[in-house]
Design a protein around this ligand. Structure first.
Ligand SMILES: [Zn+2]
Length: 301
């Protein structure tokens, strides 16, 4: 019976595919607008594929490495996860998908740190590819989960296998979190989600203080409402006002991680210290927002 049902369903879907595919193709939205920033052209689909890569890219560990001072990369090829180490325990930014949590744990261990020493779990924004694993990280480490208040409703809707999303402390724009001498400041940079958070901290590299910026995604949704437009207008101003020497992002391509990692050499300048490229991602997303708004206005009768 089961196999017959399966057979019918398979046949039905084949028929539907034949009937519907020309319509589906005709309805696929065009890949626009296209914007050119610093000589590189971007479209909505090119940005999405640059950010996410393949399924394998999303779940395969990128070699874990030191970025600067007490900041390390422990994520996959296309989903960032950052470890900030302190003598009083560690802070993890972005658990990514729940299926990546054990991969992140292995990366933390390979760097010589203990996953169970993670005391605080933070995130950049309430989408599954960045924060779905929060409940499992908490289960494994007992870390305190802290999130920008504006993202809490969306976070609570992320329930892998029905697990409730843990929230131990709700944060406000500008709030600071200190652990073992390191302070991270939460900046509300809304638009991609209501509570999208860009984190900043200072670390020491080569005997100097450097400013690290863990950027949220600034990509606007396909349809820009007036509310989202004003949130993003504010966000682009905020991000450009942050002190920045080490630009990071919640997808590694946002700060050209792989190219920089390839340039890491003992005795050479640290490629992750790159103040000239601090706002490239904001420039791309702002150009995209303006072009999207133009298209939307042109589409009005
Ligand atoms: Zn997102």
């Amino acid at each position: 019976m089961a196999s017959m049902q399966f057979g019918c369903a398979a046949l039905l879907s084949t028929v539907m595919l034949i009937v519907h595919s020309p319509v589906t193709l005709a309805q696929a939205p065009p890949d626009q607008p296209a914007v050119t920033v610093r000589g590189q052209t971007y479209t909505p689909r090119s940005i999405l594929s640059r950010n996410m890569g393949t399924d394998e890219d999303q779940t395969t560990a990128f070699p874990p490495h030191k970025i600067a001072g007490n900041v390390y990369y422990v994520g996959t090829r296309t989903l960032s996860s950052f470890l900030v180490t302190t003598p009083a325990g560690h802070i993890l930014i972005n658990s990514t998908y729940e299926r990546n949590v054990r991969t992140i744990e292995t990366s933390v261990t390979q760097l010589g740190f203990k996953f169970s020493d993670i005391k605080i779990l933070l995130g950049t924004h309430a989408h599954g590819d960045h924060q779905e694993g929060d409940a499992l990280v908490k289960e494994l480490t007992s870390a305190q989960v802290m999130a920008m208040a504006e993202d809490v409703p969306a976070l609570e809707a992320i329930k892998p296998n029905g697990k409730a999303h843990p929230i131990d402390r709700m944060l406000r724009d500008g709030e600071a979190i200190t652990l073992g001498g390191t302070t991270l400041v939460a900046h509300l940079t809304a638009g991609h989600t209501r509570g999208c958070t860009t984190w900043t901290m200072t670390t020491q590299e080569g005997g100097k203080d450097v400013n690290v910026v863990f950027a949220c995604s600034y990509r606007s949704p396909a349809t820009v409402t007036p509310g989202i437009e004003s949130e993003l207008n504010r966000t682009f101003k905020v991000v450009r006002s942050l002190p920045c020497d080490v630009p990071l992002g919640d997808h590694p391509a946002q700060y050209s991680m792989a190219a920089k990692y390839a340039r890491v050499k003992p005795g050479e300048p640290n490629p992750f210290i790159d103040p000239a490229n601090c706002w490239v991602e904001a420039e791309i997303q702002e150009a995209m927002l303006r072009a999207q708004l133009k298209l939307q206005q042109g589409a009005k009768p």
